[in-house]
Design a protein around this ligand. Structure first.
Ligand code: GLY
Length: 415
């Protein structure tokens, strides 16, 4: 089987590894992919648009397209694949609006009684200021913003900084902003594989979005994640399934939005019960780097069948233990990215997995930094402590100038 993965980061490297480990031994390509994943998936940086990809896939006899990142889905990747007769695990453009338009997602949740926080939609700086009635408040840019369009603002000063970025500098475009009710509680990332009216719950995870320990510092794309079946007690898992996942899957059917792909539910466990913070129409990053090492079985065949409308839960199973992934970011992340710092010690990592995100070859047979989040180190273990100790001990072997890590991944939010 020939599989094309779209994307180039740590999540896509983790998808490539899980697919490559499948007993059906697929041949993998990644668009654009990266040199860091070349041993698993041949990068094809020469094609980048949906229009270019379809003829490329036909020429290379691609049997399955697996969408890693969201950008091409929002541009109709899955629609074009279906037209070309190529199974795609990733939703069509109309359904991908669950991620690409927060207004669409909120209206969908309201229509299908999926619990979520209250909100106002504004399109000017003045209206935004007027809609904020208390702090903390949550401000969200409506369109895609590469993981940077959400700010939890504890005070007027931080709200002003977001307003300046969105309405004055227009860093993400010209879309509207949500002023949302702040929901207090522990967060959990639930990722489901959906194939029309069927779904399967993958191992739940918790990610760490702030740059610094104890959830301090600016928001990032994620500095680490923990995954385990044990994050959600069975009773809570059932509540989430009944109140959130089933109405969402049924809602997609009722609205005539065919969905085949991963759907990520960002959930907050409030005192009133679980509520949805956001949907993403793809696997989470860095959740994928924690969850996918726990998947056993024929993941490639599983996604191939699911992309054709048949979910076969028996093709895979989930390790009952724990998995932790730690992100190493470059010196000035998330303000800016840096490149050219040599990465030492990759060859000393003897267990666990290293997934490349922002690296490039250094011309000497190794890798150097090239981005914000550089790589992740993942490790599984029978217990949370075992997984965490092993992940940190492998991470210690890797060095580059200015590396930033968090030391409380897998500890904070579990005491
Ligand atoms: N970890 C959050 C995300 O993938 O958007």
């Amino acid at each position: 089987m020939n599989i094309l993965i779209t994307g180039k980061g740590g999540r896509e490297h983790a998808l490539a590894r899980a697919l490559a480990d499948s007993p059906s031994h697929p041949t993998l390509y990644a668009c654009p992919g990266s040199e860091g994943m070349r041993s698993l998936a041949t990068p094809i940086p020469e094609v980048s648009t949906v229009e270019e990809l379809i003829p490329w896939m036909k020429e290379h006899r691609i049997d399955l397209c697996v969408a890693g990142e969201e950008a091409l889905l929002a541009k109709g990747l899955a629609d074009a694949c279906h037209e070309a007769g190529i199974p795609c695990f990733g939703p069509v453009q109309a359904a991908a609006q669950l991620e690409s338009s927060k207004i669409f997602a909120k209206e969908f949740m309201t229509r299908h009684a999926v619990p979520t926080g209250g909100f106002d939609v504004v399109d000017t700086a003045e209206a935004c200021r007027a809609a904020i009635t208390s702090y903390p408040t949550v401000l969200k840019y409506n369109g895609l913003a590469a993981g940077k369009g959400v700010a939890v603002c504890p005070d007027a000063e931080s709200a002003e900084a977001f307003i300046e970025m969105v309405f004055v500098q227009k860093q993400f475009g010209d879309d509207q902003v949500f002023v949302e009710e702040f929901l207090a509680g522990k967060e959990v990332s639930v990722i489901c594989a959906i194939s029309d009216d069927q779904f399967e719950y993958f191992t739940p995870a918790r990610d760490y979005k702030r740059l610094k320990e104890n959830d301090q510092g600016p928001n990032t794309g994620g500095m680490g994640a923990v995954a385990s079946r044990q994050i959600l007690p069975a009773e809570l898992k059932d509540i989430i399934e009944q109140s959130i996942i089933t109405p969402t899957v049924e809602g997609l059917q009722k609205d005539g939005l065919p969905y085949r792909g991963f759907l990520y539910f960002g959930i907050i466990l409030t005192e009133e019960g679980p509520k949805v913070l956001e949907f993403n129409c793809r696997f989470g990053d860095p959740e994928a780097q924690a969850v996918l090492p726990l998947v056993e079985g024929d993941f490639a065949e599983y996604l191939f069948q699911a992309a054709k409308g048949d979910l076969h839960p028996g093709l895979i199973h989930f390790n009952e233990g724990w998995s932790i992934t730690l992100v190493m970011a470059s010196r000035d992340y998330p303000v800016t990215s840096t490149s050219g710092d040599g990465i030492r010690g990759l060859e000393s990592v003897t267990s666990g997995r290293v997934y490349h995100a922002g690296t490039r070859p250094d011309g000497l047979g190794g890798f150097e930094t090239n981005g914000g989040r550089i790589l992740t180190v993942s490790h599984t273990g029978a217990t949370r402590e075992e997984a965490r100790d092993a992940a940190y001990s492998e991470l210690k072997k890797i060095e580059f100038n200015g590396a930033q890590i968090r030391r409380d991944i897998g500890t904070l939010h579990f005491e």
